[in-house]
Design a protein around this ligand. Structure first.
Ligand code: GLY
Length: 398
């Protein structure tokens, strides 16, 4: 009897020890990144504050930090980073910075010349409203959703991403180009319906998601980058890429946007088709022969010179954040994958030494190789989604 008791006690002890060991390791990763971020993002904001200007950092170009105006597609990420720093530290300093830099891009709510207003306003004002509950932020979110809705093309049933002949894509003979990134703008629309009670925004989001689900994916569930629709008859005119290696290749960040976007759609609608698609995108990404062991993808899964191609840490950060959310929708095993990505990003291979990397957190992202733009650089959205992933991980570890 005595021996039986000690055997049981020994086994229980081992189980406890094992779970204790595992928990501190995951918590250690979070604490380590937060402590690095406090110094690194701390310097980044200190330098901006000391300049006496309102500056919005995006990346490092030719050794210098480059800043963006309010109408740049990435303008919401730096304000959003302030909000996640607040989430992770509960230090009022970050809340005050969040308020200041969010307010600095308010004019973006009127933007109608590209689709990225969802990214811009949701990452800044969306987080601001989530954290403060201040009603003034609501109005901006709803106004921005109205602006985004002006880009809805009713016959194909999608939100047009780029104007035909305007912006950095130039004239390519497209009619109504929709990029997979556009799935990320839908969160703003869902939120706007919740805040305003106007179902128009929700219906546009669902229509866009359904048409994207029908047309953007290949049989292996990799996503095209650009689908060009006919505004008159609603048909598909082209299946193209802009930032990927080739029209038929799988641009890494595009796969990440797809995974994240359909996860949000499942959260907001509970439509199982979206969850099912997210699972298929997951399988494409994580069973791909070209996915490296550290789970930080090359910039395109079909890039021609793998393994001698740049990685894209931004794609990894977006994916990790989406996987933490998916893990609570009946896919607990996805948390392990997300943890592995975060552990890689938190390692010296990707996490910058404090005082380097333009005071951005993550190294090794790619903007657009076909445009010869932002290759192997820090990017504000890599940092934003990394901190979001960390915030989600912290909540799950509890
Ligand atoms: N949405 C633009 C990009 O992912 O580069």
């Amino acid at each position: 009897m005595k021996r039986y008791f000690w055997n049981i006690a020994f086994i229980l002890g081992l189980i406890t020890l094992n779970s204790c060991r595992k928990q501190p390791e995951e918590v250690f990763i979070i604490d380590n990144v937060v402590s690095t971020a406090l110094r690194q993002i701390g310097y980044q904001t200190q330098l901006i504050e000391q300049s006496g200007k309102i500056l919005n950092p995006r990346t490092v170009e030719n050794g210098h930090v480059s800043y963006v105006p309010a109408d740049d597609w990435t303008s919401g990420f730096f304000p959003g980073t302030m909000w996640y720093m607040y989430d992770l530290t509960k230090d009022e300093k970050w809340k005050n910075l969040g308020i200041k830099y969010t307010g600095s891009i308010e004019e973006a709510k009127h933007l109608k010349w590209h689709h990225d207003i969802g990214f811009m306003i949701n990452c800044s004002f969306g987080n601001a409203y989530r954290i403060t509950g201040n009603d003034a932020y609501k109005d901006v979110i709803v106004e921005a959703a109205k602006s985004l809705s002006t880009r809805f093309c009713p016959v194909p049933g999608v939100i047009q991403s780029w104007d035909e002949d305007r912006g950095w894509q130039g004239a390519r003979g497209w009619s109504c180009p929709v990029i997979i990134d556009n799935m990320m703008n839908l969160e703003l629309l869902f939120e706007a319906t919740r805040l305003s009670g106007d179902s128009v925004f929700y219906n546009i989001a669902v229509s866009h998601a359904d048409v994207t689900l029908a047309n953007h994916f290949r049989s292996d569930y990799s996503s095209y980058h650009v689908i060009d629709y006919d505004k008159i008859n609603g048909g598909v005119r082209h299946k193209h890429t802009a930032q990927g290696y080739a029209h038929e290749s799988a641009w890494a960040r595009g796969q990440a946007w797809a995974l994240y976007g359909f996860t949000v759609c499942y959260r907001e609608t509970k439509d199982e088709r979206y969850l099912d698609l997210a699972g298929k995108i997951y399988n494409f990404i994580f069973t791909h022969k070209n996915m490296p062991a550290d789970l930080i993808p090359y910039w395109d899964f079909d890039a021609p010179n793998i393994p001698n191609e740049p990685r894209d840490a931004s794609a990894a950060a977006i994916t990790a954040s989406a996987l933490y959310e998916l893990s609570v929708y009946g896919k607990p095993e996805y948390k392990k994958t997300a943890d592995k990505i975060v552990a890689s990003l938190a390692s010296p291979a990707y996490l910058a030494i404090v005082g380097t990397n333009g005071n951005f957190l993550l190294m090794h992202s790619v903007g657009s190789i076909p445009h010869d733009n932002e290759i192997d650089v820090p990017l504000n959205y890599a940092d934003y989604y990394f901190l979001e992933a960390l915030t989600r991980k912290k909540a799950l570890e509890k």
